[in-house]
Design a protein around this ligand. Structure first.
Ligand SMILES: Cc1ncc(COP(=O)(O)O)c(C=O)c1O
Length: 399
C-alpha cells in the first residue's frame, strides 16, 4: 500500500465538514437546516412513480450497458430540442450512453482519457478550482498530473483558458469544465466554449463539459457543448454530461447520460462494461419519461427563481452577492467574518445553519492561495419558505 493514490486524496468535503461542526451544537430549540449539500429537496415529479409502476415486469431483466433504444432516443430528442440541433447531428446509437448518475462518469472519463497516453511527459488532467470533488479525485487516481485552473472573481468565475501555457496544453489528456459552474453559477458563453473546443482539437485532448446544472437558470438557457459543436460540424474530442438529479429534482434516481465523440463513447462503453453499474430498466423507463417532459422542469426552475428573488431582496449588497446566471448555489464572500471555516462554524453554532466552507471544495493553487478560503457555499435546495428562514439566520449571524 506504499504510495497509495487513494490514501493521498484530499478528504471528502462532507467528512471535513463533520469534523468541523460535530464538536459544536446548534442553539437549543432550533431545527437545524442543511444548506451544505447540493441535494434538491423539491418534490420529485409524479411521472417517476407512474413510469416505475408501469414497468414492474422489467426488474427481472439485466439491463444493457448502453441502455434501451427508447432511452437513447428520448435523450437524442431532448438534446435536439434543447440545443436546436439538426436531426441526425447526435446519433443515439453511437453517441449517447446512460450513466448511473454523472458522478461515476466524471470519474471514469479521467481513466479513459489518461489510458494509453505516453508516461513522459506526464499527462495533465485539468479542472476548475473551486471544483466538484470528483474532478480532483479522478485526476489523482488516473495517474495523470492533477492541474487546477483557478476560477476566481477576477476570471469571471470560469477558468482563464488563455492563461494555459502551450507546454501544459501539449501534454493535456483531459480538461473538465463545469457550466453552469458549481459553486459559482457562472455560465460559459458560446465564444468560451468554442475556444475550449478548439484547444481540445488542436492539442488532441478530451474536453469533458459537465452540464448537470444546465436546466437551472435565471433568464436564458445556458449554451452547451452540443450546440456549439454543431456549428463546428462534429462532436470530436468532446463529451457532455447531463443528469436528472438537478433537472428533475431526482438525485435518488441515479440517472444521467453522456453524449459526444463517437470514438470516446465507444471506448467509454467498453470501460463501463468492466467498471460501471448498469441502469435498471424501470429506472431507464422513468428517465425516458422525464427527458420527454418539460412541464416539471419549468415548475422546478420557477421555485429556484423564487429563491433567487428572495436572495436578491435579502442578501443584495452583502457578501459580494450577485445573482448567478445558473445553478442553485450562493458563493458568498465572508472574508469580513473570518473566512469560510469561521463563518460556517458560527452559522452552525449560533443559528443551526449548515453551509460548506469554500476551501473544502477548492485546492491550494501553485502560488499557495486557495480560491475558496474566503467563501461559503450555500445550497438553495429547500422550498422557498425554508430558504427565506435560512437567509434571515445568515443575516443575523453575519451582521
Ligand atoms: C458539478 C456537479 N457535477 C456532477 C454532479 C453529480 O451528480 P449526479 O451524480 O447526481 O448526476 C454533481 C452533484 O452534486 C455536481 O455538483
Amino acid at each position: 500500500m506504499l504510495n497509495s493514490l487513494l490514501d493521498n486524496l484530499t478528504d471528502y468535503p462532507f467528512d471535513r465538514l463533520r469534523d468541523l461542526l460535530d464538536p459544536l451544537s446548534p442553539p437549543a430549540g432550533i431545527s437545524p437546516l442543511a444548506l451544505s449539500i447540493g441535494e434538491p429537496r423539491h418534490t420529485p415529479p409524479k411521472l417517476i412513480d407512474e413510469a416505475l409502476s408501469a414497468s414492474n415486469d422489467l426488474w427481472g431483466r439485466y439491463p444493457p450497458i448502453d441502455g434501451t433504444a427508447d432511452f437513447r432516443t428520448a435523450i437524442a430528442q431532448w438534446l435536439a430540442r434543447r440545443y436546436h440541433l439538426a436531426g441526425g447531428f447526435i446519433d443515439p446509437d453511437l453517441q449517447i450512453l446512460p450513466v448511473v448518475g454523472t458522478r461515476e462518469a466524471l470519474y471514469l472519463i479521467a481513466m479513459l482519457a489518461v489510458d494509453g497516453r505516453q508516461k513522459e511527459p506526464r499527462p495533465a488532467v485539468l479542472f476548475p478550482n473551486p471544483l466538484y470533488h470528483v474532478y480532483s479525485g479522478a485526476a489523482e487516481m488516473s495517474g495523470g498530473e492533477a492541474i487546477t485552473m483557478a476560477a476566481t472573481r477576477g476570471s469571471g468565475y470560469l477558468p482563464d483558458l488563455d492563461a494555459l501555457d502551450e507546454q501544459t496544453l501539449g501534454r493535456t489528456a483531459l480538461m473538465t469544465l463545469c457550466s453552469p459552474a458549481n459553486p459559482q453559477g457562472a455560465v460559459a458563453d458560446v465564444a468560451y466554449l468554442e475556444r475550449a473546443i478548439s484547444l481540445a482539437r488542436k492539442h488532441d485532448f478530451v474536453l469533458a463539459i459537465d452540464e448537470c446544472y444546465s436546466e437551472i437558470y435565471s433568464d436564458q438557457p445556458p449554451p452547451g457543448g452540443a450546440g456549439v459543436c454543431e456549428n463546428t460540424g462534429s462532436m470530436d474530442n468532446v463529451v457532455i454530461f447531463h443528469s436528472l438529479s438537478k433537472r428533475s429534482s431526482a438525485p435518488g434516481l441515479r440517472s444521467g447520460f453522456i453524449a459526444g465523440d463517437a470514438t470516446l463513447i465507444r471506448r467509454f462503453k467498453h470501460l463501463r462494461s468492466f467498471a460501471g453499474a448498469t441502469m435498471p430498466m424501470p429506472i431507464m423507463a422513468a428517465s425516458s419519461a422525464l427527458w420527454r417532459d418539460e412541464a416539471h422542469v419549468e415548475k422546478n426552475r420557477a421555485l429556484y427563481r423564487q429563491k433567487f428573488d428572495l436572495a436578491d431582496q435579502l442578501l443584495g449588497g452583502r457578501y459580494g452577492y450577485k445573482r448567478p446566471a445558473g445553478g442553485f448555489f450562493l458563493w458568498l464572500d465572508v472574508s469580513a467574518y473570518g473566512g469560510g471555516e469561521e463563518a460556517a462554524r458560527r452559522l452552525w453554532a449560533e443559528a443551526g445553519i449548515r453551509v460548506l466552507p469554500g476551501a473544502y471544495i477548492s485546492r491550494v493553487e501553485a502560488d499557495g492561495t486557495n480560491p475558496g478560503d474566503d467563501y461559503i457555499r450555500v445550497a438553495l435546495v429547500h422550498p422557498p419558505d425554508v430558504t427565506k428562514t435560512a437567509f434571515q439566520g445568515i443575516l443575523k449571524v453575519l451582521r
